[in-house]
Design a binder for this molecule. Structure first.
Ligand code: NCD
Ligand code: ZN
Ligand code: ZN
Ligand code: ZN
Length: 401
């Protein structure tokens, strides 16, 4: 197993805290197998599969399946994210302890599955999570402020006649849950931060000593609401693409460490759910295979982050936040490594049909990026070589437990 890495950048394997793999329930858009291939091609050695599957991952039956299937495929560790509540109108906490003790060892629970719109339930969930030592990932959307909303509330959306989704929908939840986490002595992680105000609130909460962390997606680092001019629903996403001033604030926040890490929010959708009217299209876009390239072009090229910083935001911080001991560390002598090799001068053009995902909904179609993942190594085994999935024979990855 020789890797020719001359002129290439060696990084610890990437960890994605926010991936939607659609298994069980929507295997026509992504499976754990296809999503694992996309993840490995993107340089990931661990991903967290979000809870909004069908059925929702609110029981150990689903969370154990997700982990087992990921190990069977053997391309990336697929950590299940559990739902905070069970289906009963979001009023009852799920058996988090059972999921945490299962084969899938759930470390993170989220409201992305069953919406938790009762602040009292969120408060109880934070208290419970703190006693279990698990993390709560907050989708950060006040549902009563986003009814009927589709696009960013701003001049572009107003001119196009698209119903606006206000910043306050995100920021009010960030502020609320920072305070709830403080009182519960818990840790809370903010999913897909999208506004300048959220960056300010993160600074404030950190200053108060609150245990709060946040992620930003590659699409919120690259795209703004000018993409909406075409009414192409490929650009529809939760939270929506916002203004250039928000993009700038997110980039700076990531550079300063106020935003901890990059997470893809990889969200595969079927053709018919994206190629339709903006207002009825499903929100979300593919992200795993383009993440590194976008981080380089938006952060490294403009001098906001060096390669050390890339290791921090793509691998080390997410592994620390969610408590993965065997990921996100610099490679030590004699260690069985999780690695990603990047060619910093490999210009490539995105084509949705060539991505490994079952769905093709990339908003980056025909865009050219300057760098690319060439090789990924999971616990000493090459999963991607020369930008293609290596033939692993789908053997169970026994070192995984
Ligand atoms: C997510 C999805 O498709 O599962 N979509 C998205 O736009 N982020 C769900 C969600 O978080 O709203
Ligand atoms: Zn979300
Ligand atoms: Zn999501
Ligand atoms: Zn399409």
């Amino acid at each position: 197993q020789v890797i020719d890495a001359r002129g290439h950048i060696l990084l610890p394997g990437f960890v994605d805290m926010h991936t939607h793999l659609r298994e069980p329930g929507r295997e026509d858009t992504e499976t754990i197998e296809s999503g694992s291939a996309a993840a490995a091609l993107g340089g990931y050695t661990a991903v967290f599969a979000m809870a909004n599957t069908d059925p929702v991952a609110d029981s150990v039956v689903v969370t154990d399946h997700v982990w087992r299937r990921g190990q069977e495929v053997g391309l990336v560790d697929v950590h299940p994210v559990g739902a905070i509540t069970v289906g009963l109108k979001g009023k009852q906490l799920a058996e988090m302890a059972t999921m945490a003790a299962g084969v899938g060892r759930v470390k993170m629970f989220s409201d992305d599955g069953h919406c938790v719109d009762d602040p009292l339930i969120m408060r109880r969930a934070l208290e419970y999570s703190s006693s279990l030592g698990v993390l709560i990932a907050q989708h950060a959307e006040e549902p009563r402020l986003t009814v009927g909303a589709v696009a960013h509330e701003g001049p572009t959306a107003a001119r196009l006649g698209l119903a606006g989704w206000p910043r306050a929908a995100e920021e009010s939840i960030v502020a609320r849950d920072a305070l709830l986490a403080r009182d519960a002595g818990a840790r809370v992680h903010i999913c897909h931060a999208s506004t300048a105000g959220t960056v300010e609130l993160m600074k404030w909460a950190r200053g108060q000593g609150i245990s709060i962390t946040a992620e930003v997606t590659p699409h919120h680092l690259l795209l703004d609401d000018s993409c909406l001019e075409t009414y192409d629903a490929i650009n529809k996403v939760n939270p929506p693409l916002r203004e250039t001033s928000d993009v700038d604030a997110l980039r700076r926040g990531l550079a300063d460490g106020v935003i901890d890490c990059v997470a893809t929010d990889h969200a595969p959708h079927a053709e018919q759910d994206k190629c339709c009217e903006f207002s009825i299209a499903r929100p979300g876009m593919l992200g795993l295979e383009t993440a590194l390239s976008i981080v380089v072009d938006t952060m490294v090229t403009p001098g906001l982050l060096d390669w050390r910083g890339v290791a921090r935001v793509m691998s080390e911080r997410p592994a620390q936040i969610v408590g993965l001991a065997d990921q996100g560390r610099p490679i030590e002598v004699g260690e069985i490594a999780n690695l990603t090799v990047v060619d910093p001068d490999a210009s490539w053009t995105v084509s949705g049909k060539k991505l490994a995902s079952v769905a093709h909904n990339t908003p980056f179609e025909d865009m050219t990026f300057s760098s690319k993942v060439t090789t990924t190594v999971l616990r000493g085994r090459i999963t991607v070589r020369d930008g293609a999935v290596a033939n692993t024979g789908s053997v169970a990855n026994r070192a995984g437990e």
